[in-house]
Every structure is written in structure tokens, then in C-alpha cells.
Design a protein around this ligand. Sequence first.
Ligand code: NAP
Length: 282
Amino acid sequence: MTSPRPAVTAATRVFAVLGRPVGHSLSPDLHGAALEARGLDAVYVALNCGDDEIGGLLRGLALAGGGGNVTVPHKARAAAAVDRTTPEVERTGACNTFWARDGEVWGDNTDVAGFRGAVAALLPGGVAGGRVALVGAGGAARAALAGLVDDGAGEVVVVNRSRERAQALVDEMGAGRARVGGGLDALQGLDLDLVVQATSIGLSDGDPLPVDLDGPARVGAVLDLVYGPSGTPLVRAARARGLPAADGREMLVLQGAAAFRRWFGDPVPLDAMRSALSLRGP
Ligand code: NAP
């Protein structure tokens, strides 16, 4: 009689999402489902780590044959800790995916590709030439602005609680297509093809709406980068007004798919990844 193959062997490759806090990350669900669907001998776990550990941890994991993702608050530190970076890391100053090749540790920022894919899913006609409100100026907003510039948005109006941070984002990454709108209430009267919500407001059901959807003269669609097990208040408010709207799960799936491709190549089991998230969604 043969015994079942152990779930973990001496050949098992180790992947992890590194962050603080990281206990509520959906990445282990997403990549666990994908590893199972492909039948790969690898595990993906979440590791809570501090500022002083992130560099050594990511390099050790990658050089031992694994890799992983980086989340808040370590993406900028990760960008500084890798040997080689993709253009997306250089533009955004953030690294969310790492692996090793030929003894060198590489970093990518797959949030940019994930964001662009989520916009394409929500707006089949794309954002080329359109006017977009980008709410927020943190790490997620940086990936979003890179994607909006790549997709040819005509004008991006950045609003943020801290105006200085919005100005710095526009100056650094706006590529002549972005301007600062002001505080979070500065969208009054604008004709907007898309509102991108990139603040952390909405993580809790009791949060206030980060955007007054009745302020602009027109809103074409709403993409909230925040996601949660019961959706987000902004997405529910948009849908109640008959607007096309999506939360951040599609972006999460697509940034994860781009990372998975870096580690294991094609095919990426997208259906398994989507199912893993919708199991925990509304
Ligand atoms: P971050 O760098 O810490 O930036 C946070 C942003 O939220 C800043 O613009 C900040 O404004 C704003 N903010 C925070 N609390 C606020 C409040 N009470 N009132 C008004 N504005 C407030 O975080 P991040 O990395 O950009 O992440 C933002 C969100 O995007 C998180 O919920 C994250 O889960 C989500 N995200 C989703 C994906 C995905 O794949 N779907 C990927 C990345 C991030 P100030 O500048 O004024 O502080």
C-alpha cells in the first residue's frame, strides 16, 4: 500500500506575501487556488514582518527558489532591496512582486497591469481621451496614475486629503496629463468618464463615502480599488445610482495573475483565482 504524497516535500518552493498587517490578505487564497489548479509543488503563505526584516526576507525567499508579493507598508523598501527592477517599479517607486533569476533578485509592480485590466473590464471602450478623477495619492494611486497615463487618459484630476501629496504625485508621474483638483470635495460640477477611488476609506462597512457621487455633473463609472468580503459602500452607492461600478477584486486577481506568470509562466489559472475570491465575496 502506498502512502499519500505529503503536502510539503524537501523540493517544495516557498512563496509569501510580506506586510504589516498581513493577516487579512486574500493573496494566500488567490495563489493557493492557482497552485492547486496547476498542480505545482509550492506553498504561498502570509508573513507579518517589520521594516528591518523586509529586505533580507524577500532576498532569502527569492534566492532559495521562491518569491512572493509585498504589501503595505513595505513596497518602497522592497523596491530598494531588489537587484533589478522593471520599468513599472522605476516609475512608481514601488515593488509588489519579487523572484530570482540567475542569482539576481528581480522586482516588478504588477499593480499597474492589474489596474489597467480592471479598467478594461469595467469600461470596454477604455479611458483614452477621457476625463478621470483619481481620489487618493498613496501607493495604489501611483499604480493607477501610471496605468491611466499608459492608457492615454485625456485628463486626470487628482484629489486627496493631503493636497501636497497630490501635487507631488502629479509633478512626479502626471506626464502632462494630470492636475490637482484639491480636497476630497473638489469634484463638484465636473464631467467625469471614470472615478477611481484609491484611498483606504471603505475597508470597514461603517466608513463614510470617500466621494460624493452627486457632486460631479456626470459620472460614467466607478472603480474602487478597496475590496472587502461584503463589497464597498462606494460601489453600492454607485450601483444604486445605476452606474457601472466594481471594487478592487478584479485588480487584485489581475495583479496576482501577472505575479504568478513571473514565477511559473503560463498558463495562469484565472478561473481558479477568481473563484477563490468570489467565495469570500458578496
Ligand atoms: P497608502 O499608500 O497608505 O495611501 C492611503 C491613501 O488614503 C492616501 O491617499 C491617504 O490620504 C488616504 N486616506 C487614508 N485615510 C484617510 C481618511 N481618513 N480620509 C481621507 N483620506 C484618507 O495606501 P495604498 O497602498 O495606496 O492603499 C490604498 C487602498 O488601496 C487600500 O485599501 C488597499 O487595500 C487598496 N489597494 C488595492 C489593490 C488591489 O489590487 N485592488 C492594490 C493596492 C492597494 P493622505 O495622503 O492625505 O494621507
